[in-house]
Design a binder for this molecule. Sequence first.
Ligand SMILES: C[S@@+](CC[C@H](N)C(=O)[O-])C[C@H]1O[C@@H](n2cnc3c(N)ncnc32)[C@H](O)[C@@H]1O
Length: 311
Amino acid sequence: MTIDDLGRRVAADVVGDGGLAGLRRLSGVIAELEERRTGVVEELRRGRVATWEEIGQACGMTRQGATRRWAGRLRARSFGVAAESYQHGRPGYPQALIGSAVPREARRVLDLGAGTGKLTRLLVEAGLEVVAVEPDGAMRAQLAAAVPKAAVREGWAERIPLPDGSVDAVVVAQAWHWFDPAVAVPEIARVLAPGGTLALVWNVRDESEPWAAELGALMHRSARQEIDTRPVLPAPFGEAERLEIRWEHATTRAGIVDLVASRSYVIALPEAERARLLADVEELLATHPDLAGRDGIAMPYLTRCTRVRRG
Ligand SMILES: C[S@@+](CC[C@H](N)C(=O)[O-])C[C@H]1O[C@@H](n2cnc3c(N)ncnc32)[C@H](O)[C@@H]1O
């Protein structure tokens, strides 16, 4: 039997008598197969077994089509390599954020792309019933150890392992830019109860201090990630409410080195370039007149939150 014949037979079995039930089954199988395809592409790229050109050909696409489809996704999967640096170096969030990100009446909350649980912990401390969904195993291990009261699940924004209408609020901290919004928006709307909310949160470094501006310039020397931290969301979500909180993250020199080391674009740098960047950051921290001789450092941040309600 040829691959085409096999595909036709499987599709006919899955669709069955058609209708919405058939469509739902077909969509589930397509999502599962896409996930498998991404896994195979990841293995081929990690081991440098195939070029993007060859992968494109195998998938019936051009090289550009294949990199557009998967390069970002593979970078999003890179966090686990630096899970410990992430947990140690990345800032948390101000407690005041919870009152804006989650409406007062909400009880069941999904933290989507929860990472090592930096926001999950605050949600649990606020007395909420929290499910944390995170695709990366190393990040999930840190999360389960740091926030044992949260229910931790493997999953993706594009495929959330929860039933329809099962949460009152979804929060996405520092992760929305990794999602495929065309798939994630309807998937988030599916798991939200009617009238439930979605909050998108980012921490932005406030570079008004000269040393923080120099650190920013160093970090963006080799690569930069442009993120829209005031996104507009499509239906079924309504108009956005936006909030900003200024605060300071109490850290140390080692914490700032880990902050840099856990950025996805730094993880992806060639080893020599990455080592040079981290050495330059250490030198800045040791010699800048505003920091020299101090280990405790207050890192200024602006936390931005966009909240929308499911119509
Ligand atoms: C910058 S971290 C943010 C983690 C955490 N929310 C925080 O605030 O510290 C981004 C996280 O999104 C996860 N991620 C990437 N793509 C994802 C996707 N499609 N669905 C869900 N999570 C994803 C990554 O594994 C990573 O843990």
